[in-house]
Design a protein around this ligand. Structure first.
Ligand code: URA
Length: 205
């Protein structure tokens, strides 16, 4: 059954969050996705990275950022000196939203209601990890974390105050870089994402 987005907070025992997320039926996306994809990484990470939602590969494998966007993220993160194993990486929405086209599954952006329902889990991950800084990659993560849907182009590279006072650094989503057709634009945006990740690494609360 679908539950309301505004119930109190998740309060399961420590370490049980991924399993709870796996059983989520808070919105209809669980019906078509293969599985939920919870965040992963050390629970004492100082940095949390948030994307939009699992893609096709993530949905099949059950881990965040392992498909093309994840591979690009990994290489830019490595350039920036960020060790993926030391950060907690997750998504604003835990199930893959898509429309079937032939044998392909085409990514659909989650709507505000889906993001609001799934915020329950993002909030639970935020409470469990309690990072010093959260990096919001792309508009969906930025909206989920700050409540503002303003364009990323006007915000990136800056730290905003998220709910509960958590600092949120806004940056590009790696899928955005993959969609840019113009080489010069893509190179510039790649540098900007690397620069933002470096800033995140150097962040001292
Ligand atoms: N895009 C996302 O936002 N998250 C993933 O896990 C993969 C692609």
């Amino acid at each position: 059954a679908q539950q309301a987005a505004h119930e109190s907070v998740w309060d399961g025992p420590p370490g049980s969050l991924p399993k709870a997320i796996a059983g989520c039926t808070r919105c209809p996306l669980h019906k078509t996705a293969t599985q939920a994809v919870p965040g992963e990484g050390p629970l004492d990470a100082r940095l949390m990275i948030v994307g939009e939602q699992p893609g096709d590969q993530e949905d099949l494998i059950g881990r965040p950022f392992v498909g093309p966007a994840g591979q690009l993220f990994d290489s830019i993160a490595a350039d920036a000196g960020l060790d993926r194993g030391k950060v907690f990486i997750t998504n604003a929405v835990k199930h893959f939203k898509f429309t079937p086209r032939g044998r392909k599954r085409i990514h659909q952006r989650p709507n505000q209601g889906e993001v609001a329902h799934c915020k329950w889990w993002l909030d639970a991950e935020l409470r469990e990890v309690a990072p010093d800084l959260v990096v919001a990659m792309g508009a969906t993560a930025a909206a989920a974390l700050t409540g503002s849907g303003k364009a990323i182009s006007a915000r990136r590279g800056r730290i905003e105050t998220g709910e509960a006072g958590i600092p949120v650094l806004i940056t590009w989503h790696p899928s955005y870089l993959l969609r840019l057709r113009d080489d010069t634009q893509r190179m510039a945006a790649t540098q900007e994402l690397a620069c933002d990740l470096r800033m995140a690494l150097e962040y001292k609360g």
